[in-house]
Design a protein around this ligand. Structure first.
Ligand code: P6P
Length: 335
C-alpha cells in the first residue's frame, strides 16, 4: 500500500519524553511522570479556557491574590487543577504558586521535586480572547526525603532548574519545555487529546526587529531604557506588545525580538516575578540560544530571597539584550 496515503501523525509528547528518558541511563522516570502530570493538567485547563464563556467562568473571582491583583475565576481554577495534578502524580513534595501566599505541601513527602508556577499568566486577557499562558519551573528538592519540602527548596537559583516550560493557550495550544538539552514545542490536537512534536529543537534568532514593552510607563523608565526605545524607533523596529508575557515571549522566541519589563514608578523592582515567571523563561531562552537579564545581571544567577519577589526583565535575542544593556550602561557613564 502506498504509505503516502497514511501520513505519520508524528511524535507524541509521551513518546518524546520516553525517548529522552532513555538518553539518561540513571533516570528513574519520576521527572518523566511529572512532565506527564503537567500535560494532563494542561489538557483540563485548556478545555476550561476554551469554553470559559459557556461555563460562566470569565471575569473576576471577587478577591485579590497575594500580589494584590484581582483574581480572575480562571486563575483560581487553573491553580486548583495544577495543584491537584501535581499532588495526585506523587512526584512533587512542594509547590510555589503565584496564586498562593505560602508554599503548598502536597503530602508527597517522598516526592523528589519542587514546582514553581504561574498557573495562568495574563488572565485579564481571557475575557477578550487574547492568548494567555501557564509558566512552570521544576527543581530537585534540597531537603531530605520523607519530610515536607522547605522554603530553601523553593528559593533556589534559576541555574538549579532541572526543567522549565510554558503552555500558550492561543490560536493553538502549545507546550514548550526544556530539561536542559534544548527546547522543544508540542502542539495539542484536541480531537485526539494528545500533544504532538511540532517545533523540534527551537533556536531563537541571534538578532531581531521586534521589541515588546508597555510604553505607557515610559515616563518612569530608566533613561537607558528610554534611549533604547528611541533607538528601536530610529531602526524602524516593530513594536509588538500583547500584554500577555507568554504570548509576547513565544512570538519573540520564534521570530527574534526582545521583551522588556523595566522598573516603573508603580513597580520599582519591575512587575514580573523571579521565581515562577522570569526563571523559567530565562532557562528556555538560554537553551534556545538567547539571553535573559534584569538589565545587568543574568536572571538565572539571581538568588531569590522571597517567594514572590519581582525583578526587571530583558529577555530575547542575544544581540538585542546586549544592545539594551549597552544603553543602560551608557546611562551610568553619562551621569
Ligand atoms: P502591564 C500579566 O499581568 C503580566 O504579568 C504579563 O503577562 C504581561 O506581560 C504584563 O503583566 C503586562 O503588564 O503593566 O504592561 O499591563
Amino acid at each position: 500500500m502506498d504509505d503516502q496515503l497514511a501520513l505519520p501523525v508524528g511524535t507524541t509528547l509521551d513518546r518524546f519524553i520516553m525517548r529522552k528518558q532513555e538518553e539518561f541511563p540513571f533516570a528513574s522516570g519520576e521527572l518523566s511522570q511529572l512532565l506527564r502530570d503537567i500535560a494532563l493538567a494542561t489538557k483540563i485547563v485548556n478545555r476550561e479556557i476554551n469554553r470559559a464563556g459557556l461555563l460562566g467562568v470569565t471575569g473576576t473571582f471577587g478577591q485579590q491574590n497575594v500580589q494584590g491583583e484581582e483574581q480572575q475565576k480562571l486563575d483560581v481554577i487553573a491553580n486548583i487543577r495544577f495543584i491537584r495534578a501535581l499532588r495526585n502524580g506523587g512526584e512533587v513534595c512542594t509547590i510555589i504558586s503565584e496564586e498562593e501566599e505560602g508554599i503548598i505541601q502536597t503530602g508527597n513527602t517522598k516526592g523528589k521535586y519542587v514546582v514553581a508556577m504561574d498557573p495562568l499568566d495574563g488572565s485579564s486577557n481571557i475575557d477578550v480572547n487574547v492568548a494567555i499562558g501557564t509558566i512552570f519551573s521544576i527543581y530537585r528538592r534540597l531537603s531530605d526525603n520523607g519530610e515536607d519540602g522547605t522554603l530553601e527548596d523553593c528559593l533556589q537559583d534559576g541555574t538549579k532548574q532541572v526543567a522549565a516550560g510554558y503552555i500558550i493557550y492561543g490560536s493553538s495550544t502549545m507546550l514548550v519545555y526544556t530539561t536542559g538539552c534544548g527546547v522543544n514545542g508540542f502542539t495539542y490536537e484536541p480531537s485526539l487529546g494528545e500533544f504532538f512534536l511540532s517545533h523540534p529543537n527551537i533556536k531563537t534568532p541571534q538578532d531581531g526587529k521586534i521589541y515588546s514593552c508597555n510604553e505607557g510607563n515610559v515616563n518612569s523608565f530608566p533613561d537607558g531604557i528610554k534611549a533604547y526605545l528611541n533607538y528601536c524607533k530610529e531602526q524602524h523596529y516593530s513594536a509588538r506588545y500583547i500584554g500577555s508575557l507568554v504570548a509576547d515571549f513565544h512570538r519573540n522566541l520564534l521570530k527574534g525580538g526582545v521583551y522588556l519589563y523595566p522598573p516603573t514608578a508603580k513597580s520599582p523592582n519591575g512587575k514580573l516575578r523571579l521565581v515562577y515567571e522570569c526563571n523559567a523563561l530565562a532557562m528556555i531562552i538560554e537553551q534556545a540560544g538567547g539571553k535573559a537579564t534584569d538589565g545587568s545581571e543574568r536572571i538565572l544567577d539571581k538568588t531569590p530571597t522571597e517567594l514572590h519577589q519581582r525583578c526587571p526583565l530583558v529577555i530575547g535575542s542575544p544581540d538585542m539584550v546586549d544592545k539594551v544593556e549597552e544603553f543602560l550602561a551608557a546611562e551610568f557613564v553619562a551621569v
